[in-house]
Design a protein around this ligand. Structure first.
Ligand code: HAM
Length: 417
C-alpha cells in the first residue's frame, strides 16, 4: 500500500543523529540560563489570538500573514504561538507574579509556529530558546542579557557571528522620529517595493528592514533612530554601549535594525551569522518596556531574546555520537532473561545497554552491534548458561574475557578505558 501521510509542509521531523544537535543546543542553553540564574517557564502552545495581535502589533508580518489562527469548537479565536514573549507576559500578569516580586528572570525552550513561506532556515514550526527579564530598567540588564546570548552562541562554536545593536527610542521620542521618517519615505515612494509603499502608513520603520536592493538603496539616507532619541533614551543607550565596551563585548551599531515586532522600545539587537544565507538572524531580542502595561499590568520594564534553534543547528558540527556501552547477544529465551537482569545492573552503574532481540543468529546480532557502534558485546550462549559465566568482548580490538556476575562490572569498566 502506498504511504498515505506526510508531515505538514514546514513542519519537520527531527531524527537521530540530527536530534543530537538540538539536544546539545538545548543543554548548553540550559547550562547558561542556570548559571545566570534564570528559571524555566513552560507556557501553552495555544493562546487567545488577541494576545499576539495586541502585543506584536497589527501592521506586522507575523500578525498580518503568519499566525496559525482558528476558531475552536467553543467559538474562541485561538492561535498557535508565533513567539514566546507575549505568552510570558500573559503568564506574568495572570499569576500576579508582579505583586510577589516584580523582578523575574525566566527562560523557555519550545516550538513556535509561523505560517511563513518555507525556505532554508525558515520553517513553520521552529524552536526557540529564549529569556525574558522583567522589572529592570537598568542598561546593565541589557548588557547581561547580551553577554548571556553571546556566551551561548560562542559556546556552541557558531562562527562568523555579528552582534548588531540599535536603540529605537520610547513613546516620548519615537513619534518625532516616525514623523521625520514618514516624510522622508513619502518623498521616495517611486523607488520602494509595493510592500514598503504600504508600510509607510502601517509600520514605516519596517521599510528600513526590507531586504530588497532597491528599497535598501532608496532608504540609505533615511533618518536614523539614534539621531532622535530623547535624553533618557540616549543616556540609556550610551551606558549600554560603554558597558559593552568595558566588558570587551563586540557589537556593531546598525541604525537600520528595527525588528519585526511592535512591542520593542529602546534597545534592540540581533545576532547574525555570515554563513547562514538570507535567514541569517540566529538570535534576536530587545527591550519591551511598555508591553506589560499594554496587556493590563503596572509599568514594568523588560528585556529578552530568543535564539532560533534550527538556525543554530544548521551552523554547528554534529556532536560526537556514542553507541551503547554494551550490546547483549542472548541466544535463548533463558539467556534473554539473564541479559535483562545483567543489563539492569549495568544501567544502574550508568552503562548504556541494548539487548539483541530482533535478530536470529549470533552473526546478525554481531552485525547490529557493529552498526550501532557498540563498545562491547556480551554473548550469553549455551556454555555461558551452563557454567554461569559471561563472555565480554571489546569490539575495537576483539579483546575477549570470560567473567562471572561478581566481576562483570569491574571488567566492563576496565575494558571501557
Ligand atoms: P524573532 O526575531 O521573531 O523574535 O525571532 C527570534 C529568532 O527566532 C530569530 O532570530 C530566528 O533565529 C528564529 N526564527 C524566527 N522565525 C523563524 C522561522 N520561521 N524559522 C526558523 N527560525 C525562526 C522573537 O520571537 C522575540 N519574541 C524575541 C524576544 C524575546 N524579544 C524579547 N524577548
Amino acid at each position: 500500500m502506498a504511504k498515505q501521510f506526510q508531515s505538514v509542509q514546514g513542519f519537520n521531523d527531527i531524527l537521530y543523529p540530527e536530534v543530537g544537535k538540538f539536544q546539545h543546543i538545548e543543554s548548553v542553553s540550559r547550562q547558561y540560563f542556570g548559571l545566570f540564574n534564570f528559571k524555566e517557564v513552560k507556557t501553552p502552545v495555544l493562546e487567545q489570538a488577541g494576545l499576539f495581535v495586541r502585543s506584536i502589533g497589527n501592521g506586522t508580518d507575523i500578525v498580518e500573514k503568519e499566525m496559525y489562527i482558528f476558531e475552536d469548537k467553543g467559538g474562541e479565536i485561538l492561535s498557535l504561538r508565533p513567539e514566546g514573549t507575549a505568552p510570558a507576559v500573559r503568564a506574568y500578569l495572570e499569576h500576579n507574579i508582579d505583586r510577589q516580586d516584580a523582578i523575574q528572570k525566566w527562560f523557555y525552550i519550545g516550538p513556535m509556529f509561523r505560517h511563513e513561506r518555507p525556505q532554508k532556515g525558515r520553517f513553520r514550526q521552529f524552536h526557540q530558546a529564549g529569556v525574558e527579564v522583567f522589572g529592570i530598567d537598568d542598561p546593565f540588564a541589557d548588557i547581561e542579557v547580551i553577554l548571556l546570548a553571546d556566551k551561548i552562541v560562542s559556546s556552541l562554536a557558531v562562527k562568523g557571528v555579528t552582534v548588531r545593536l540599535n536603540s529605537i527610542g520610547c513613546p516620548a521620542c519615537r513619534p518625532v522620529y516616525l514623523r521625520e521618517l514618514k516624510s522622508y519615505l513619502n518623498g521616495i515612494t517611486d523607488r520602494l517595493c509595493e510592500d514598503c509603499k504600504r508600510r509607510i502608513d502601517t509600520n514605516p520603520m519596517r521599510v528600513l528592514d526590507c531586504k530588497k536592493e532597491g528599497c535598501m538603496a532608496a532608504t540609505a539616507g533615511a533618518p536614523k533612530t539614534t539621531d532622535y532619541l530623547c535624553s533618557v533614551c540616549s543616556a540609556h543607550f550610551s551606558t549600554l554601549r560603554s558597558g559593552l565596551d568595558a566588558l570587551r563585548q563586540g557589537y556593531t551599531i546598525d541604525t537600520r535594525l528595527v525588528r519585526g515586532l511592535d512591542y520593542y522600545s529602546r534597545t534592540v539587537f540581533e545576532f547574525t551569522a555570515e554563513d547562514a544565507g538570507a535567514q541569517n538572524a540566529v538570535l534576536a531580542g530587545g527591550r519591551y518596556d511598555y508591553l506589560v502595561e499594554l496587556l493590563g499590568g503596572a509599568h514594568t520594564p523588560a528585556i529578552g531574546f530568543a535564539m532560533g534553534i534550527e538556525r543554530i543547528a544548521a551552523l554547528i558540527d554534529m556532536p560526537a555520537v556514542h553507541g551503547p556501552d554494551i550490546f547483549f547477544i542472548p541466544i535463548t529465551e533463558e539467556a534473554r532473561v539473564r541479559a535483562i537482569g545483567l543489563a539492569d545492573r549495568l544501567r544502574r552503574a550508568d552503562k548504556t545497554c541494548e539487548i539483541g532481540y530482533g535478530e536470529k543468529t549470533i552473526k546478525s546480532m554481531m552485525r547490529r552491534a557493529d552498526r550501532l557502534n557498540a563498545a562491547m558485546v556480551i554473548i550469553i550462549g549455551k556454555d555461558e548458561l551452563r557454567d554461569g559465566s559471561i563472555t565480554l568482548k571489546r569490539l575495537s580490538d576483539g579483546l575477549q574475557e570470560k567473567v562471572d556476575d561478581a566481576t562483570l562490572l569491574e571488567a566492563v569498566r576496565r575494558m571501557s578505558q
